[in-house]
Design a binder for this molecule. Structure first.
Ligand SMILES: [Zn+2]
Length: 499
């Protein structure tokens, strides 16, 4: 018996070793050129409204072939073009320019080739720079861009209290690649088309003195220089403002920096955003899983009407527009928007997906967090909202509204598949309804089929299985089928998803 045990243990150890080797090999065999880190030196000029950037991109060749050329993305030409066309009154002759790309440690400019409205930059690495399989190298991108005057993710605004800068979609990055193929999804103003790759960011950000700086990761500001570190993130964002302050508190071991804009209605905003943040973070942690980063920044922006907010890893921009003018401090929208953006920390920041092609994945799961997991929970924020806004009906009434939507879902969504990329829409389809509302209905039908308890288990398992990975529609389907592969479940899958 003892001997047998020993042999079994030995065999077990051998199997483990083989499995580990296999995992390592499988990982190494993942055919991709990987961006490991971004070292960024950024300077904000608040007089000219420009951003000067020096970005060192460290890259590893995890493919079996020598890489002679890198594909970089710079979305600023597309963003500025869009703004000049659609917000031309405030944005004339905006400029952005990459002045050079060099190998790290060299002054020699590398040969560049632009494509797709200059959002794709092919960089010839030359003899010295080419990367053999397994090799690591770095390129340095120097660029300068105008910051548009716009209430958006990349833009500046002036109010009577001061200036506000949202800086995102403005940093160059390595294009994602799968099986050696570079992804060149276009800039998409209604939604996102960002990199889904995980990387470390080391950032030095210079802004005029007196600016409060919020950013992905953790940072410290001294004399106008902010040093920031953000590890294992898919994207990076900064908000700098000279009339912003912050409250800091802890929820479930996470440091939350709740920023607010100075003004007449700051008290209402501070109080309510804190409640929503506390409850959302607590409820999602308890019901889905742990939030992996040390810090979460909640940053108010003055986005226009109907704009909920924007998610980044470790940072959410929330729409505080109604609290700036004070015409009607819209706590209801803040509650929906903020809990939604916080939900994206689970489904986008941690469980990644290709936002442009399969936006339904992060938006659908996040809508479920916002509307059901948070929205239908009796918590402090929800009770307070109902106390101050009599227009908000009870949680029971919300649940009944949801059930009405489920009842008509098959008529409402007939012929529209949730996994359709914006470039493939037909028949007047626009971005939004399918990605948010229809995918929310899809998850409702899956929930009804599995039952509440099993569905809650499914969400937790899904989060655990794809933590810091990139999930595809096929992966989601596979996982649902592993829970229930009945005829009924497959009928639901076929109704909503193009297989
Ligand atoms: Zn969203």
């Amino acid at each position: 018996m003892k001997k047998m045990m020993k042999r079994a243990a030995l065999t077990g150890a051998l199997i483990c070793l083989l499995l580990a080797l296999f995992t390592v090999c499988a990982y190494a065999a993942e055919q991709k050129v990987d961006a490991i880190s971004y070292k960024m030196d950024l300077k904000l000029d608040a007089k000219k409204n420009t951003l000067t950037e020096k970005v060192t991109i460290r890259v590893k060749n995890n493919t079996g072939k020598t890489v002679k050329e890198l594909c970089l993305r710079d979305m600023t030409p597309a963003v500025l073009k869009y703004d000049m066309k659609n917000y031309g009154y405030d944005n004339k002759k905006l400029k952005t320019r990459v002045s050079s790309v060099t190998l790290k440690g060299s002054k020699k400019k590398l040969k560049l080739r632009y494509a797709k409205g200059k959002t794709v930059i092919w960089v010839k690495l030359g003899k010295k720079g080419k990367l053999k399989p397994g090799e690591t190298g770095a390129v340095v991108v120097k660029m300068k861009t105008d910051i548009p005057k716009r209430q958006d993710r990349f833009g500046w605004q002036k109010t009577k209290n001061g200036r506000h800068y949202a800086l995102s979609f403005c940093f160059p990055y390595l294009a994602d690649n799968r099986n050696g193929k570079w992804q060149k999804d276009p800039y998409f103003d209604d939604g996102e088309s960002r990199s889904w790759d995980l990387a470390n960011y080391y950032v030095t950000f210079r802004a005029p003195k007196g600016y409060m700086v919020a950013a992905t990761g953790t940072g410290k500001t001294s004399k106008g220089v902010t040093k920031i570190t953000a590890k294992k993130v898919r994207d990076f964002a900064i908000v700098a403002c000279d009339f912003m302050k912050k409250d800091t508190f802890r929820v479930k071991g996470v440091r939350v920096n709740n920023y607010y804009l100075k003004g007449k209605y700051q008290k209402t905003y501070r109080k309510f955003s804190k409640m929503v943040a506390k409850d959302s973070l607590r409820i999602f942690t308890e019901q889905i899983g742990k939030y992996p980063y040390k810090e979460l920044d909640i940053v108010p922006c003055n986005f226009g009407m109907g704009y909920g907010g924007m998610e980044y890893p470790g940072l959410v921009m929330t729409n505080a527009a109604s609290f700036l003018s004070g015409s009607y401090c819209d706590c209801w929208s803040l509650s929906d928007g903020l809990s939604h953006e916080i939900g994206h920390q689970w489904f986008y920041a941690v469980v990644g997906n290709r936002e442009y092609r399969e936006g339904w994945i992060d938006e659908g799961f996040t809508s479920y967090l916002e509307k059901d997991v948070y929205g239908l929970t009796d918590c402090e924020a929800n009770r307070y909202l109902r106390k101050i806004d009599k227009m908000v009906s009870s949680i029971e009434a919300w649940r009944a509204d949801r059930d009405d939507l489920i009842a008509t879902a098959r008529q409402d969504w007939k012929g529209t598949k949730i996994n359709t990329a914006p470039g493939k829409y037909s028949g007047g389809q626009e971005y939004g309804p399918a990605e948010y509302d229809e995918s929310y209905m899809f998850l409702q039908e899956v929930r009804l089929q599995l039952g509440d308890k099993r569905f809650a288990e499914f969400l937790r398992d899904y989060y655990k299985a794809f933590r810091f990975k990139v999930v595809t529609t096929r992966d989601v389907v596979k996982m649902i089928r592993s829970y229930d592969n009945s005829k009924e479940m497959n009928e639901i899958l076929n109704f909503y998803i193009r297989m």
